[in-house]
Design a protein around this ligand. Structure first.
Ligand code: HEM
Length: 391
């Protein structure tokens, strides 16, 4: 994880379906293979062991298909197959659809400018945490029903939760006490207030009826919000900050983008997402045999889809290690694909576009302190957590 890119190239070229005996898992590294596997929605692959299982879970050898978990206590719903998975997912997806998200543009612009009002007079600050970090965490607070003054704590908690020691990994998707400490009280409060739909995500979860007629407990409902809590906080700030860094490194590309911000930032944003998305992999467990490149993956075995390798696959993108702001991108795997594709995709795109545009409008020149920038160790992401900037 210090620098996975050279390994990915070897995997793509020489071992596109690479077996890891200790985990009884196949690593898929080519864009097209991952696109196909994630695109299957017939239950061949499910996330019954989690989409980001820890090393401990992977260390257990399954001798056949893994059943869905029991309904109670319910883990994060992504561990279930259809139709329950989609039914719970719908509780969180409403406010993240294209139309409701488009209405957030003014709010995001205002938040971005409030941050810039505070940060620019300081001269030096952290581009990941202080700018995008606070904006993204504030929006997450609003989505899940937390007071927005908790945004800095949410940001720090989620960042800390992604760190991992080599060999251990983290079980990101499922209940982590630090996260539920924020989310369970929200459910309790919304339940006490009647869950009338005023805060759509927790209220929909409180109202949800499971197939056996029961409802979620407070902890179970809170657990279903982990995707938004973590996904909404983690990625956008790192991509925004690294994207601004990649542009600053290439004055000709910066000039081209600055020539017409409204037209060009949305184009550059796609290349920024391809080039900078920090999540490296997600897992699935086979429920039925699946053949790929002459290998049959058996029920109970897993695949890890190396999305970050797919983003650098020369079979999909010419000169994949080069950053071209106006690269033609026909397919992108950075938000996943198929059943579990990113719920926050529209919001993420809007946040990145607005934050980059507002920054470039207000900051004529900036310098990144590359020596002090850092990517802390994590078992599933490789992202710039700290990017000190001088304006
Ligand atoms: C550019 C920023 C982002 C990127 C690159 C990204 C990437 C991804 C990817 C690759 C997945 C699929 C995981 C899998 O296949 O197992 C995913 C899932 C998810 N993302 Fe994002 N994400 C981003 C921003 C967001 C935001 C802003 C939110 C919410 C506000 C969010 C919420 C979620 C949720 C809830 C899931 C779980 C979906 C499910 O399993 O049903 N993400 N994200």
């Amino acid at each position: 994880m210090a620098n996975p890119l050279p390994y990915y190239r070897v995997l793509r070229d020489e071992h596109p379906v690479y077996y890891i005996p200790a985990w009884d898992t196949y690593a898929l590294s080519r864009f097209d293979d991952i696109w196909q596997v994630l695109g299957l929605t017939d239950g061949t692959f499910v996330a019954s062991e989690g989409t980001l299982p820890s090393a401990e879970v992977l260390g257990h050898r399954n001798d056949g298909p893994v059943a869905d978990p029991p309904l109670h206590p319910m883990p994060f719903h992504a561990n279930f197959d259809s139709p329950l998975y989609e039914e719970v997912r719908r509780c969180t997806s409403g406010p993240l659809r294209h139309r409701p998200v488009a209405k957030l543009a003014d709010r995001i612009r205002r938040l971005a400018n409030e941050r810039l009002d505070e940060l620019l007079p300081r001269g030096r600050f952290d581009l990941t945490q202080d700018y995008g970090g606070i904006v993204a965490a504030t929006l997450v607070c609003e989505l899940v029903g937390l007071p927005t003054d908790r945004a800095p704590d949410v940001l720090a908690t989620v960042n800390a939760g992604s760190l991992a020691e080599p060999g251990e990994g983290v079980e990101v998707g499922n209940a982590r006490p630090g996260y539920l400490g924020y989310l369970t009280p929200v459910i309790e409060e919304r339940r006490a207030a009647g869950a009338d739909g005023a805060v759509p995500i927790p209220d929909a979860l409180i109202g949800f009826r499971l197939p056996d007629g029961t409802r979620f407990t407070d902890t179970e409902a809170a657990t279903q919000m982990l995707g938004v809590f973590i996904g909404g906080t983690e990625t956008v700030p790192k991509i925004t900050a690294q994207g601004l860094w990649e542009l600053a490194r290439r004055p000709d590309q910066m000039a081209a983008v600055r020539a017409d911000l409204d037209a060009n930032v949305p184009v550059a944003r796609e290349e920024i997402i391809r080039y900078c998305a920090p999540a490296q992999w997600f897992a699935r467990t086979a429920r039925r045999p699946y053949e790929i490149r002459g290998t049959t993956i058996q029920p109970g075995q897993r695949v890890i889809t190396l999305l970050a390798s797919a983003a650098r696959d020369e079979r999909e993108y010419p000169e994949p290690d080069e950053f071209h702001w106006d690269r033609r991108i026909e397919r992108l795997l950075s938000f996943g694909h198929g059943q579990h594709f990113c719920l926050g995709m529209h919001l993420a795109r809007l946040e990145i576009t607005i934050m980059i545009t507002e920054w470039l409008k207000r900051v004529p020149e900036y310098h990144i302190d590359a020596e002090s920038a850092s990517r802390p160790p994590s078992s599933f992401q490789w992202g710039w957590n700290r990017i000190p900037v001088q304006v």
